[in-house]
Design a binder for this molecule. Structure first.
Ligand code: BEZ
Length: 241
């Protein structure tokens, strides 16, 4: 299965790569047991790790993700968090967040998505979330984007000291869905409404055709052609998927 495709190092940690099937696990979470990724088949899922409960950067991130959960759900994406703390610590931390913490204009925030307990580091090790050069026992801030077929599509890692940018996480999700739906690529800093990139010409004839005849394309050169893609069409297709 996919295990032979997963990078392993000498201390038994592994790391799925883009294009691999998401490694399977069963876990206890703050929302009950989950079987991953089978419970999420048909949805995109963002599986993300954080170093520890009751820490400030993580608290700011959890509040932000919880605040944005509905927006992610509307893009057919579920959220699943993880740290190597235990279930009761998770529950106490989420209760404290709701009862006491204000951040960035947010307060009374209830985290409704599952937070995995991973004291054994079973999941963290499977997903390369423990990176011993950064910390031996706390997970780094990893973000795995997993598509409806359970394939890992993108991975972002941040160090312990750096809180994630959730606009970028959402932008990446929408961009990948747009690529899938419209068979296009998205250039630097793309957002819905901006021009998209079409795949490079695969023959001399196609290169010539694009430079001379393709009215719907805007070609800087034969290998760099963009086209318009209506923002409302993108959002209609992506948000209904
Ligand atoms: C934090 O979330 O604040 C944090 C966690 C681990 C190391 C440094 C900061």
């Amino acid at each position: 299965m996919e295990t032979k495709e997963i990078l392993s190092n000498e201390i038994g940690f592994s790391m799925p790569r883009i294009g691999d099937k998401a490694p399977e696990f069963t876990a206890v979470t703050t929302q009950g047991e989950i079987n991953f990724p089978s419970d999420y088949k048909g949805n995109w899922v963002i599986l993300f790790s954080h170093p520890a409960d009751f820490t400030p950067v993580c608290t700011s991130e959890f509040m932000t993700f919880a605040h944005l959960e509905e927006k992610f759900n509307k893009a057919n994406c579920k959220l699943v968090g993880l740290s190597v703390d235990g279930l009761y610590s998770h529950i106490a931390w989420l209760r404290t967040i709701k009862d006491k913490i204000k951040f960035n204009g947010m307060k009374d925030i209830e985290v409704k998505f599952p937070l995995i307990e991973d004291i054994t580091m079973n999941v963290a090790k499977k997903y390369g979330m423990i990176q011993p050069g950064e910390h031996k026992t706390q997970a780094v801030r990893a973000v795995f984007f997993i598509d409806p077929e359970s394939t890992v599509r993108a991975i972002i890692y941040y160090p312990l000291s750096l809180g994630r940018n959730f606009d970028e996480i959402y932008r990446a999700l929408i961009a990948m869905q747009t690529s899938d739906k419209f068979n296009v690529a998205t250039p630097a800093d793309w957002e819905p409404g901006k021009d998209v990139i079409i795949s490079p010409a695969g023959s001399c004839g196609m290169a010539e055709e694009r430079m001379t005849n393709a009215d719907d394309l805007d070609c800087e050169d034969w290998f760099f052609c963009t086209k318009k893609l209506d923002k409302d069409l993108v959002l209609k297709e992506v948000l209904k998927s």
